[in-house]
Write a protein of this length. Structure first.
Length: 460
């Protein structure tokens, strides 16, 4: 039985990987014999006659000149398998660091051997079947690769193929939130934020390859203690949890000439200004009118709060209300829900995902951003909102974030707080960083814009 022919080549490099192979000594030749290989080209072993065909070729070093490019392409043509040896051949290694250094070319060198401006790995010019990383390579990994290749068990290095595959996929469909288990990578970020809020609806089920993130008993979110803050959608890195999007519905209505009023919260304008680099909130208002909204109204859920005298807890959205209902039921007697009802021709722009439980036409900041991102907003004229509906409640105290909310509720329960108006915001940093806000919003920028430029609109 004929043996498989092997060639070992070197380009620009220290030849450390080839020395690792040669220094195996008797172990190398014993492995070659056992696995059915024969080295026919390796100058370090005195084998200098190149073959017309190779079963396996190992190449070390970087491509440093046009001559090297021609050479490795010829080697590739006559090799069944090409293996990149070490960091240089596969990634560029230390020689490729030359890209950080300015050098001048020698103009006397002929064109065919002219050095490349930056040395490159062989993977840039030819197809590589396998690779051995390291500087130098691990000689035992070299022997292991020989063993694998000799068994003729073909595989593509780095492919995602395992003996077992995950069979259980959790899919939870709700009125607002949906969990797509086929996208989930079980990173646990959604579970972490859900626990931090104090809800802990999301968790893992099963073990090993079948581990999955889901709700208790795989129930829809609204049948659990989920408060629909939407932070899980913001923290998920792969979009495995999504909320109901109303953008398409709103666009269709606008395209049909439907007159829609837009009620927009100040935090939305501030976040859009931050991300779109807009210096005037009036330009955002004008852009929204250009999109087709008949009226743009600066609005806050506090508008519907009546004058209060007794101890009152204001929940700005359904998220805060559900949080108290599920986890602090004894406090419901103090709660006021300020959110009002909207008509079919009214759209709400909000940083709050939970508001989608209250109305059918609700656009989060993220959805609204997709409408505005293609408009050159900064080149538009400034336009004031048609109306401002913002109510200031004197002496109101704010509890922002789950930790403060739990603290103030406990203080009321213990009798330390007996009067006043308290507004609770369950999301960290409040509505300014709600579940529907943009991923790229910079907290400090949004705060600054909200308290300065958007504040001028609030005073109209």
């Amino acid at each position: 039985m004929s043996k498989l022919t092997v060639g070992i080549y070197s380009l620009g490099g220290c030849e450390g990987c080839r020395h690792e192979i040669v220094n195996l000594g008797e172990e190398l030749f014993k492995a070659m014999e056992e696995y059915g290989f024969k080295i026919v080209y390796e100058p370090l072993l005195g084998l200098r006659n190149e073959a017309n065909y190779y079963d396996v070729v190992f190449i070390e070093g970087v491509v440093g000149s046009k001559e090297d490019v021609v050479r490795i392409r010829k080697i590739r043509e006559k090799a069944k398998i090409v293996v990149a040896l070490g960091s240089c051949s596969y990634l560029g290694g230390i020689p490729s660091a030359k890209r950080f250094i300015e050098t001048k070319m020698d103009t006397t060198i002929t064109e065919d051997i002219r050095p490349l401006q930056v040395p490159q790995p062989i993977t840039k010019y030819i197809k590589v079947d396998y690779w051995l990383r390291g500087c130098p390579i691990n000689k035992h990994e070299f022997l292991e690769l020989l063993k694998i290749l000799s068994s003729n068990l073909w595989y593509r290095q780095g492919e995602r193929r395992f003996e077992y595959t995950r069979e259980y996929i959790a899919y939870v469909k709700g009125k607002v939130l949906t969990l797509h288990g086929d996208k989930c990578i079980v990173c646990g970020r959604c579970i972490g934020i859900c626990k931090e809020i104090g809800v802990s609806v999301l968790g893992t089920v099963f073990r090993g390859i079948n581990v999955a993130v889901t709700t208790p008993f795989n129930e829809p979110f609204e049948k659990t203690n989920c408060i629909h803050c939407g932070l899980c959608t913001l923290y998920c890195p792969v979009g495995a949890i999504t909320y109901r999007e109303d953008l398409t519905k709103v666009q269709e209505l606008l395209s049909k000439g439907k007159e829609l009023k837009l009620f927009i919260e100040p935090e939305v304008i501030a976040a859009l200004m931050s991300v779109l680099k807009v210096d005037d909130p009036g330009k955002i208002i004008n852009a929204l009118k250009i999109l087709g909204f008949s009226r743009v109204i600066l609005w806050s859920p506090m508008n519907n709060v009546r004058d209060l005298k007794e101890l009152t807890i204001i929940t700005p959205s359904e998220a805060e209300y559900l949080y108290i209902k599920y986890f602090h039921k004894d406090m419901l007697k103090h709660v006021v829900k300020p959110s009002g009802s909207f008509n079919n021709d009214e759209v709400v722009a909000t940083p709050c995902v939970a508001r989608k439980l209250e109305h059918d036409l609700v656009l989060t900041t993220r959805e609204l951003y997709r409408l505005l991102v293609k408009i050159p907003v900064n080149y538009l004229n400034s336009t004031l909102p048609n109306e401002v509906r913002l109510k200031n409640i004197p002496g109101m105290v704010k509890a922002i974030g789950a930790y403060e909310v739990r603290g103030i509720l406990d203080a009321i329960r213990r009798g330390y707080v007996k009067e006043g108006t308290i507004t609770v915001y369950i999301c960290p940093e409040g509505c300014i960083m709600g579940g529907g806000q943009l991923y790229t919003s910079v907290l400090k920028d949004v705060k600054d814009i909200l308290t300065s430029k958007v504040a001028t609109l609030m005073k109209l």
